[in-house]
Design a protein around this ligand. Structure first.
Ligand SMILES: [Zn+2]
Ligand SMILES: [Zn+2]
Length: 479
């Protein structure tokens, strides 16, 4: 697969700093401008400015040439610094979704982290993710407001436990609000998630944890909100860090060659979270194809958004299945990657991941997912079960059935309800299709037999008459 191998470096030679300071009673205005040539694609540019004592709010406005054809991403770091992994210095990111923002002690634009404005050197980070041959002329206007310091922002994260009941819980593991490039408020997202029958959502904004810090402000109505971040490395693919502490921010500013991603994956693990590769094939132009080592990750989003199944999802399922054949226990997940409210190509919950968990809590949902106790479904009406039996032993999705005695037959029971009429269930093992069964109406009950020792795993796909996926299970391992 083709991957752009670029190095993030400062392009100071192209950076023309012409700071003009206009003195006013209660504000300072700074202006910086420069030019990024076409070769500056994906190269990070840090624009420093000095904040004197007494400033209580920073306002930034970005303007640049050929907006639309060019995309100039935007973020900011405080005086704590901007070196890799510096969470204290990170004060927000809006990528290409905003061209202006503000931060003060109490509030900030979505995507940005409120808190006291400390005196010292701040840095605005810009970089082009799309650039024309003519390059980009850019300008940053910074307004520093002086005032009386207000009480500082306190994080208000979502509750981590909704109930302690064991069950199968329906969730969407990937979505966006105004905190990155989504087109909806957090409250609207919660309403949609409830209306679409979800029990939990994972909040995954691009490269910022600003939403994680204030989910607690909203009426969640027994919907579990789990914190995450879509780590968007742009040229090398996207991955979701899910199950994070609200104050955790995962670094994204590295290339394949930098060889540092393990540090940040360990940060996810330390929070009890999981790292999931998103939309590994993404689009026809092959940009954002995933370039990092799959062995470092826990799972793969094999079904990304679009109520309608497409060939990129098929490519992802094939890739995942190939890893299973190598004995690599990667979790398959489905998620909407929803950006817009209401009726759209990818509404919240379509598709979704249904997880068997001991409780509706961050800890237990993550434990169920980690164990692969999950199936993927097009929508809320689809329920399924898969069981494998050998003698007195029984295993469900994600479990391992001991099949050390070679002369036996595993009985496989599969049932689905709420599927489209005439769909077909296929039992798949490491050699491919083992059996098929056609549904009558939208329901199906199948009983199959698999010889022990013939496959390391079994899993089921349910597809409609057009061959589009309706549901699929994670495997039961036969070892
Ligand atoms: Zn993405
Ligand atoms: Zn996304």
């Amino acid at each position: 697969m083709f991957i752009k191998r670029v190095k993030f470096i400062l392009v100071l030679t192209q950076l023309l700093l012409c700071s003009i300071v206009l003195h006013a009673q209660d504000s300072l205005r700074l202006n910086s401008s420069g030019f990024i040539p076409a070769e500056g694609l994906f190269k990070l540019v840090y624009v420093p400015f000095t904040v004197p004592e007494g400033v209580t709010e920073i306002q930034v406005k970005e303007t640049y040439s050929d907006k639309g054809k060019n995309v100039l991403n935007l973020g900011i770091y405080g005086p704590e610094g901007y070196e890799l992994g510096n969470t204290a210095g990170f004060r927000g990111w809006s990528g290409g979704a905003k061209t202006e923002f503000f931060i003060n002690a109490v509030e900030a634009s979505t995507g940005y982290v409120p808190g006291r404005i400390k005196a010292g050197t701040w840095n605005i980070l810009i970089y082009p993710s799309t650039i024309t041959a003519e390059g980009i002329d850019w300008q940053l206007d910074v307004t520093l407001i002086k005032g009386v310091e207000k009480e500082s922002f306190k994080a208000s994260p979502a509750p981590e436990v909704v109930n302690n009941k064991q069950g199968w819980y329906r969730g969407d593991l990937h979505m966006h609000t105004f905190h990155s490039d989504g087109k909806r408020t957090q409250q609207k997202l919660l309403q949609e998630a409830k209306a679409n029958g979800l029990d939990f959502i994972v909040s995954t904004e691009h490269n910022t944890n600003s939403a994680s810090l204030d989910w607690g402000q909203y009426k969640t109505d027994k919907l579990l909100v789990i914190n995450g971040e879509e780590v968007t490395t742009t040229a090398f693919g996207h991955w979701n860090a899910i199950g994070l502490n609200p104050t955790t921010w995962i670094e994204w500013r590295y290339t394949l060659e930098d060889n540092v991603i393990a540090t940040y994956l360990n940060q996810v693990k330390a929070d009890g979270g999981l790292a999931i590769i998103n939309h590994p094939f993404y689009n026809e132009e092959r940009i954002n194809n995933f370039g990092f080592d799959v062995d470092l990750f826990d799972g793969i989003e094999v079904w990304n958004g679009h109520a309608k199944w497409n060939q990129l999802d098929d490519m992802a399922v094939k890739w995942w299945d190939n890893l299973l054949r190598q004995g690599k226990k990667k979790i398959a997940i489905a998620a909407s990657d929803s950006h817009t409210p209401g009726l759209s190509d990818n509404p919240v919950g379509s598709p979704q991941t249904v997880v068997q968990a001991q409780a509706l809590s961050r800890k237990q949902i993550m434990a169920g997912l980690r164990a692969g106790k999950a199936y993927l479904a097009q929508g809320k009406d689809i329920n399924l079960s898969l069981t494998a039996k050998l003698g007195p032993a029984t295993a469900g999705i994600g479990d391992t059935l001991a099949t050390t005695s070679p002369s036996g037959e595993v009985q496989v029971l599969f049932a689905v309800k709420g599927a489209p009429a005439n769909c077909v269930a296929t039992l798949i093992g490491e050699e491919g299709v083992l059996a098929t069964e056609k549904a009558k109406g939208g329901s199906l009950n199948a009983s199959w037999r698999v010889a022990t020792g013939s496959t390391k795993y079994i899993r089921v796909e349910v597809r409609n008459m057009q061959g589009d996926m309706v549901a699929l299970t994670n495997p039961i391992w036969l070892l």
